[in-house]
Design a protein around this ligand. Structure first.
Ligand SMILES: NC(=O)c1ccc[n+]([C@@H]2O[C@H](COP(=O)([O-])OP(=O)(O)OC[C@H]3O[C@@H](n4cnc5c(N)ncnc54)[C@H](O)[C@@H]3O)[C@@H](O)[C@H]2O)c1
Ligand SMILES: [Zn+2]
Length: 375
């Protein structure tokens, strides 16, 4: 078993990673259950793993109650939050209790937020079941639902008490979701770890084919990176944690243009966004063109989009920049961008001219559309 500590003073916790962990979760959860019944929140698609968890809790002498929500981003809403908090209160959840979030980032974000407000805050445990949630959203304590004006605008920092990762549950995850989650894996290489990017280039295909060794290594390495960044800047105040948003300003604009729908998954938007951040950096003379091309080639090779057009978005630069201006990371009228000086050399740039971004996006679009019409 791999144990990765997240060092946050009195809010510290461990991330445990091991194939088959779900079936052994009971003994690990027993100290948090304190002899009381535990609530498990999951969604219809993850329900297939519920029996394994409940059996393991039962074997450890822990009774449990499942709350099954509809799958999808739509569940990060006031309506579902209300349903969930009512159910938790009906179950008699107390401050010292721990609710189990069994699912992807949607369940994790929603349950985490619910637990930050029920009884002025109760505990929770993350058992992430998508690659994205295992390598990113389950660690770090950002919780949220979506507002009419945009994603994740209503939320809280609320750290889990424990994160249990069973890479084996990814066997049932659709390939498209696995690939989208992989974008957040390769992100850690592009942020500050060029050796890990090399590893990704060599091992992404095996990882996506379900190779357990590649999968375990990618998850453990990603969680360690996330834990390090979160420990350095829990509340994103010093700029260190902001590095995790590489590709997300461009990516969110694409997601917004797709109406935050299944047309473009978050990780797909992030993949195109990271390629754009590198291509823009190269166009500005900040990064070597060869590095930007290497990033794009890797994403394309594993079936992720590397441009807006490849992501099915043919909006103009002006439209995409307008979406960016709605982004929550607007600071004093400027939009900080994560750019790169090369592979693994991401930095926060607060001087980016939005006109240059718009012109760059129009140029990429015209090149891609020109290429398509000449096929
Ligand atoms: N809190 C954070 O730090 C953070 C970071 C990144 C993303 N997020 C959020 O995470 C969300 C996206 O997370 P996601 O990609 O995990 O989406 P998701 O939770 O919607 O899961 C994707 C799909 O896979 C299904 N699923 C989950 N596990 C499965 C399994 N093992 N087998 C079969 N199907 C399974 C789900 O039901 C869903 O249909 C977004 O809302 C995003 O804002 C949060
Ligand atoms: Zn992300």
């Amino acid at each position: 078993m791999t144990l990765i500590p997240v060092a946050l003073g009195e809010r510290s916790y461990d991330v445990l990673i091991e194939g088959g962990l779900l079936a052994r979760a009971g003994t690990l959860l027993a100290p948090l259950a304190r002899g009381r019944r535990m609530a498990i929140v999951t969604d219809e698609n993850v329900r297939q793993h519920l029996a394994t968890l409940q059996a393991s809790l039962e074997a450890a002498g822990i009774a449990s109650e499942a709350i099954i929500l509809p799958p999808g981003e739509g569940s990060k809403s006031w309506a579902t939050l209300e349903t969930l908090t009512d159910r938790l209160i009906d179950l008699g959840i107390e401050r010292g209790d721990h609710v189990i979030a069994l699912g992807g980032g949607v369940i994790g974000d929603l349950v985490g937020f619910a637990c930050s407000i029920v009884k002025r805050g109760c505990g929770f445990v993350q058992i992430p079941t998508t690659l994205l949630a295992q390598v990113d959203s389950s660690v770090g304590g950002k919780t949220a639902i979506n507002a009419r004006a945009g994603k994740n605008l209503i939320g809280a920092f609320h750290q889990p008490a424990l994160v249990l990762i069973d890479p084996g549950v990814l066997d049932t995850l659709p390939l498209r979701q696995l690939r989208a989650g992989y974008a957040e894996v390769v992100k850690y290489g592009l942020i500050d770890d060029p050796d890990f990017f090399d590893w990704c280039e060599a091992n992404a295909a095996a990882l996506l084919a379900g190779d357990p060794a590649a999968r375990d290594h990618a998850i453990a390495h990603s969680v360690a990176a996330k834990a390090r960044i979160v420990a350095a800047d829990e509340r994103e105040t010093t700029g260190v944690r902001a590095l995790l948003n590489l590709g997300h300003t461009f990516g969110h604009a694409l997601e917004a243009e797709a109406g935050f729908s299944d047309r473009l998954l978050h990780g797909e938007g992030v993949a195109a966004g990271m390629a754009l951040a590198y291509a823009f950096s190269a166009a500005q003379g900040i990064a070597p063109t060869a590095d930007a091309e290497r990033v794009a080639a890797h994403l394309r090779a594993i079936g992720l989009p590397d441009t807006p057009v490849a992501a099915g978005i043919d909006a103009s630069g002006a439209t995409l920049v307008a979406h960016m201006l709605h982004d929550k990371k607007m600071e004093a009228g400027t939009l900080p961008f994560l750019l790169a000086r090369g592979i693994g050399r991401t930095y926060l740039d607060k001087t980016v001219d939005l006109g240059a971004v718009e012109a760059f996006l129009d140029r990429i679009r015209n090149e891609m559309l020109g290429e398509q019409s000449s096929l």
